[in-house]
Design a protein around this ligand. Sequence first.
Ligand code: NAD
Ligand code: UGA
Length: 459
Amino acid sequence: MKINKICCIGAGYVGGPTMAVIAKKNPNIQVTIVDINSERIDAWNNEDLSKLPIYEPGLSEIVKDTRGKNLFFSTDINKAIDEAEMIFISVNTPTKTYGKGKGMAADLKYVELCARNIAEVATTNKIVVEKSTLPVRTAEAIKSILHNLGTDVNFSVLSNPEFLAEGTAIQDLLNPDRVLIGGQSEDAIESLANIYKSWVNDDKILRTNIWSSELSKLTANAFLAQRVSSINSISELCEHTEANVQEVAKAIGMDSRIGSKFLNASVGFGGSCFQKDILNLVYIARSYNLNEVADYWEQVISMNDYQKRRFADRLIKTLYNTVSGKKIAMLGWAFKKDTNDTRESAAIYVADHLLNEQANISVYDPKVSKEKVIVDLNYLNTRTEKENENAISFTSDPYESFEGAHAIAIMTEWDEFKTFDWNKIYNQMKKPAFIFDGRNLLDKQKMNKIGFEYYSIGQ
Ligand code: NAD
Ligand code: UGA
């Protein structure tokens, strides 16, 4: 099928950057990204490119080049569906918060709504592409919805999971390790492959059956998260044995069978997907009665929860077993650097833990707003909105948050933290001045020399 028009449902962290790159590399294809969230669409259409809803290095430049030419953002979902030959579903698939599978299974209601919307509106044949991360065998449900509405329209369903990481999304999209396309119809697969071939070598485009494609996405995230939990488990052992986790990571990472990436010990992984996708994998395994498989992967999450708790407990213990009334300056709230995304960020859980111990927290993050910090804490339902607002302060000048602070907790590895005037900060703080570096970002010797009591992960 010749593709002239693409519609992408979902203008989020995946839909936005992915479609911007497809539009940039395929100037002859018109790409329209639609969303039910009109505020988000307005933000994508904002003249001021610094106000795009998503912060990703390199994104605004591509949007500037393509928006209004062959990239459009709209709330007119039906029109975009009807006009397009190919429709990507890129909506959120969060963990279910109700009913069967609560807290484990992926909530597929948004995906189902998209499938129904497509089935109701389409008057011509369509290729429907699963871009969202979905449980294995979801395509079956999508096909069933599309084919049971009694129209003559022919639908082909493909799975094309996205492997971009936030903060490096544009680079990941421009230079992917691989593009994965799962499906039954060879024609449909090649139509999608042709779009990627505008900039990706064909030998990096993998064609698989649809179920392998769906399962590969969950598996990739599970393996990546497992590496972080594995090195984090070793970090605790290092703290008890005077081994240094960074040295251990380097030593094992130089083994080409292990590889050096994803071995940075940290306060714990965050982000919208690792936990959600592993919980989903665990749920699927249990639904097939594969309890050993489920238990194995569940441990990756338990280790991560433990690491976040352990970080907060260590801080409290070191501050003479109480943080009540003490000012803790939190550096970073985003789940990693170079993104404004805070979903499942370790900072949220560490802050919640410290607030339970009556700490006063002052947050600085270069890309996250105070409103977002409060919304994240309110979502946990640990205390009232008023209580959260009273216990947390937020500053756009980091040096304000250090004034009179008892301790600094580094939660995100923003590069700018390394360039702070740490001598000045030391003078601003109460003594002893503690730093708890949840990202092993700073130089331990340098910090000790200034006078800080410096605690990092696994050292
Ligand atoms: P997101 O929440 O940022 O964006 C999803 C968007 O879909 C929202 O703007 C929402 O309003 C919209 N939406 C929901 N239902 C809709 C409907 N019926 N019609 C129109 N719009 C609708 O989510 P995201 O981070 O972009 O993730 C999307 C999917 O991609 C998820 O399945 C996720 O697991 C997967 N994924 C995410 C990443 C990532 O880095 N965030 C990477 C790879 C894969
Ligand atoms: C992750 C995967 O890397 C992507 O391939 C995938 O597409 C995406 O999930 C998804 O499906 O959503 P992302 O969550 O954006 O991407 O970011 P990562 O770089 O994977 O980091 C995840 C978390 O792990 C962050 O909190 C990060 O700080 C932490 N991490 C990562 C570590 O603590 N140590 C490491 O060595 C690496």
